[in-house]
Design a protein around this ligand. Sequence first.
Ligand code: AMP
Ligand code: ZN
Length: 488
Amino acid sequence: MELKIYNSLSGEKEIFKPLHENSVGMYVCGPTVYSNVHLGNVRTFMSFDFIYRTLTHLGYNVRYVRNITDAGHLTDDGDVANDRFVKQSRLEKLEPMEIVQKYTVDFHKVLEVFNLLPPTIEPTATGHILEQIELTQDLIAKGFAYESNGSVYFDVLEYNRRGLNYGELSRRNIEELFANTRDLDGQSEKKNPQDFALWKSASPAHIMRWNSPWGEGFPGWHLECTAMSTKYLGEKFDIHGGGMDLKFPHHECEVAQGKACNGTEPVNYWMHANMLTMNGQRMSKSTGNYILPMELVSGSNDFFEKPFHPAVVRFNFMQAHYRSVLDISNEAMIASEKGFQRLMEAMKLLSTTEFKTGTASSFDIKSWKEKCYAALTDDFNSPILISHIFEAVNVIFKLKDEKDTLTSEDLEELKKLMHGFIFDVLGLENIEENNNEKLDKTLQVLIDLRNQARKSRNFDLSDQIRDRLLAEGIELKDGRDGTSYSIS
Ligand code: AMP
Ligand code: ZN
């Protein structure tokens, strides 16, 4: 089955042809680690986690690069007051690199809670200053960039003069862009307001600074992604992803930098994930309309009636296509929780019940499998896949009630496919299995404490642990290889 991907560059669904057979190079813009990620950020990273999982499931060998922006992400091309890291470090009275460390750790923790797989490479902007300086030198040498007061800017007009098309990705017209932005004070170092910074000179107050041929400074945000994607995936690679809001100017600038340096489109398929909204408004830190992921999980927030398990949140996100806007609400989460519980119940039945087998069945597993793969390969359509999965859930309940049968081969196939789609591709976790794991760990703690009590000849306490567990139906058994337990 051919994989179709909606390519933002052409505005069409296209058949996916990787540059190298069976391999995919994918770059996704990572977080700017100056504060906690909000739930909206998590949605975008989860969309690409699902895409990564699907590509892997379809048999591709994926090199998945997702960067950490730990320098240079200015709110505009302005001065130090707009450097998010410097601003936050003053606020929290920490070194900028302490801010970076704190929020990188938070980011990783959050993604693990929601069962996102780590990328295969996770480079940082500060680890690639040299590559960014080299790229800037290359752009100056090729006539696409100019120095001004120790800063270096990309010359957008020159780029267009050479027949390249700034605005091709976001479909913006350069004349309109110029008409809409005026340099009000006329004091700018830039030749044109659309020119963007490749390198910024650091004022004395700027703590994050590096040596360069243009004096001490720091790199512009757009350049880091070009530097890191080129280094790990090559001058041209298969997929570049990010949230919809990064299309302009960030990705537009990446296209321009790549084409100016190497004379070729840097990316074959541009993919943009849509936004998470709350109360119909885009989730964003700056407007205050946001919730932190762990606040949703713990229940400590003003928006939701109860806490929700991370797997339920993930299920809710997967019920929307990655290119659709998703509004999160209490009602929608409650509905997702119900659906998720039914799904997990069906999975439990599938793994624990000896269904009666037979040849007369209303369920054609072959065409069901085809439908599921058709959804997955149709631009990663998770909601359609989930609707097919729920057809199978209904069949499983019918099997339980002996209202339907499957042959033993079909039953095995159904188990394998459901497991693959639900756990491997959608990345959902079995809450019950998780709880079992926790129970096991808790019992190991009690067994350790009982052994310690016995060693220190506190037999009163060790017997108490054994007897009280037994009263709860948990029997401890001492053997040659240590203590095991059984639950009645
Ligand atoms: P940032 O750390 O601000 O660069 O954002 C990290 C990622 O989250 C980017 O890909 C953004 O496009 C994405 N993002 C920001 N706000 C939202 C939102 N409300 N919904 C979905 N993705 C978002
Ligand atoms: Zn980027």
